[in-house]
Design a protein around this ligand. Structure first.
Ligand code: DX5
Ligand code: ZN
Length: 222
């Protein structure tokens, strides 16, 4: 099992001070910066699009982890493939999941399929050979600061046999905190996304380090 990766989500940061958020991620030793792209249709919230992703790409040397919460991602996907490391598309958002995954890969990023809390893990079965990571939502997408949905642990555990054979990291997104980081890791999550529990804290770099320590404790306990 490879080391856990921590991905602070800038959704919870001050949008007028995103360069400070990137600096805090770097200072805290984040592995990735999680960027929530929301279109106001797939989810009610509207955040930002590819021009912002391009700007973020230029502003940090940390790998970017792009979470597309947009309808019909196949229409604009290519614009996000601007040197980012991971891109995830929701299985619920497209009739062309396979094509989206292929395009992400050919654009040089890790291709991820994301599933909402009400979507069963078996929705990923047909694409296990086409994904490089999976993203499991542990809250309903659209907002930060929601409560973690406890059934996500079993969902992740249940996925393991389906993903076995290849190293496919599981990313968990939503409601991850210092308190549940170890349980997320113990259930099998490899990438922990943390928004409020990083940028909602007085010292975001310290929060990143604390979440990593908590998750790593689960590795030792195994
Ligand atoms: C929710 C987003 C999450 C969000 C997580 O739709 O996909 O990435 O930023 O925020 P927290 O960690 O506050 O639940
Ligand atoms: Zn996200």
């Amino acid at each position: 099992m490879s080391a856990v990766r921590i991905a602070p989500s800038i959704l919870a940061a001050d949008f007028a001070r995103l360069s400070d958020a990137l600096a805090a991620a770097r200072e805290g030793g984040a592995d990735l910066v999680h960027v929530d792209v929301m279109d106001g249709r797939f989810v009610p919230t509207l955040t930002f699009g590819w021009t912002m992703v391009e700007a973020l790409r230029k502003a940090t040397d940390l790998p970017l982890d792009i979470h597309l919460m947009i309808d019909r991602p196949e229409e604009t996907l290519d614009r996000y493939l601007c040197g980012v490391q991971l891109v995830s598309v929701h299985v619920e958002s497209t009739a062309h999941l396979h094509r989206c995954l292929e395009r992400i890969r050919s654009g040089g990023a890790s291709a991820g399929a994301a599933i909402n809390p009400a979507t069963p893990a078996r929705a990923l079965e047909a694409v296990t050979g086409d994904v490089d990571h999976v993203l499991v939502m542990s809250v309903n997408p659209g907002w930060g600061g929601q409560k973690f949905i406890g059934s996500t642990y079993d969902k992740i555990r249940g996925m393991k046999p389906m993903l076995s054979g290849r190293e496919i990291p599981i990313e968990i997104d939503g409601g991850v905190t210092l308190e549940n980081a170890a349980a997320c890791r113990a259930a099998g999550a490899d990438i922990l996304v943390a928004g409020t529990s990083v940028y909602g804290q007085p010292d975001p770099p310290a929060a990143i380090r604390a979440i990593r320590r908590a998750a790593a404790a689960a590795e030792v306990a195994k």
